[in-house]
Design a protein around this ligand. Structure first.
Ligand code: SF4
Length: 350
């Protein structure tokens, strides 16, 4: 299929059907590359409905790339609360800083320079180049992957089939209105060529779609079955001092939930810790809180027990750089959802 055969009917459909999204410029207007970058990073693994309000809040706090670059990482992680996958927030912050250092604060327009920035992968680089600068390149996200797999009836299961889909995308550079063409393909995947029950009868590409012709649209793309999530167990400690402040610690900068603030806990183990109080942040009369808190990460499920305790002398805690915070100020901390669940559990049951 030639690029024009795909994009001419697709763009005609997009001009009628496109949703007004806060990060999308009105027809004929240019979009701010920083807005594209923020929205594309936020939309990875997160739905449009979740991103919408958070995008507005984030831009109110960091209205331009220079403000984001100058902000402490802690502020950025704080603004990212509830969106999960915090590596994206750290990457976005690193990209902003590197853009100031290397490009005087203006995001470059070409894919290679964008991809050379920390925190920007091939997908985000292509999306920013195409949407903000009309570079003729196809950014392949999960929606585009699905549409291409169906249009060309690619039967190799994902993730193995991704190479083939990327090759197809490279051979289809949109010659006309590349930014709109990329968004049109994403929009088709979101509204018409949906994961389950694609609305083929309403699709502008129906006449050219191999999967539709073969009657296998809803069976593609195929996927290799995922390995079961690993299970981990731990005990978290809710320690208060006489004025009611609660003890927190900061996680290491690298790794899962890197740089965020949490309740101290035992290490996450394959079996429930036998003697959790040996790992407690202080020696005191710990009380077990009934029930457990479960949290699911991409690759593992964590089940936590909780202990609560009080300490008279806050200098006697075994936590490097302890953070004491009164309950009314928890919102000032960059807390992951897991820690918020634990605090809610203590408030409810403890
Ligand atoms: S015809 Fe159906 S399967 Fe093919 S691209 Fe359109 S919605 Fe997707």
């Amino acid at each position: 299929m030639k690029s024009a055969e795909l994009f001419a009917p697709l763009l005609a459909w997009y001009d009628e059907a496109r949703r007004a999204l806060p990060w999308r410029a009105p027809p004929g207007e240019r979009v701010d590359p920083y807005h594209v970058l923020v929205s594309e990073v936020m939309l990875q693994q997160t739905t449009v409905a979740t991103v919408r309000p958070r995008y507005a809040e984030f831009l109110a706090r960091f209205p331009d790339l220079a403000t984001l670059a100058a902000a402490p990482l802690d502020d950025v992680l704080h603004a990212w609360q509830g969106l999960g996958y915090y590596r994206r927030a750290r990457g976005l912050h690193a990209a902003a800083r590197a853009t100031v250092e290397r490009h005087g604060g203006t995001l470059p327009a070409d894919v290679a320079s964008l991809e050379a920035l920390p925190g920007i992968g091939p997908y985000t680089a292509a999306a920013v180049a195409a949407i903000a600068h009309d570079v003729p390149v196809l950014a392949v996200d999960a929606n585009v992957e699905r549409v291409l797999a169906r249009l060309f009836a690619v039967t190799t299961p994902l993730p193995r089939g991704r190479g083939e889909l990327r090759r197809i995308a490279r051979e289809l550079p949109p010659a006309e209105r590349p930014g709109d063409a990329v968004q049109a393909l994403m929009e088709l995947g979101a509204l018409i060529c949906r994961p389950a029950k694609p609305a083929c009868l309403a699709c502008p590409l129906r006449a050219r779609c191999a999967a539709h012709a073969a009657g296998v649209a809803d069976q593609l793309p195929r996927r290799t079955p995922k390995a079961a999530r690993a299970a981990r167990f731990a005990t978290a400690f809710h320690l208060t001092r006489p004025d009611g402040a609660v003890l927190f610690r900061r996680r290491p900068a690298d790794g899962l939930l890197g740089g965020l603030v949490e309740l101290p806990s035992t290490p996450w183990l394959e079996v429930a810790p036998r003697d959790p109080e040996a790992e407690a942040p202080a020696a005191t009369a710990w009380r077990r809180v009934p029930g457990t808190v479960r949290h699911v990460f991409t690759h593992l499920t964590l089940e936590l027990e909780l202990r609560t305790g009080r300490i008279d002398d806050p200098r006697r805690v075994g936590v490097e750089e302890p953070i004491w915070c009164p309950p009314g100020s928890f919102d000032s901390l960059a807390l992951p959802t897991l820690t918020r669940k634990l605090l809610a559990h203590v408030a409810r049951v403890g």
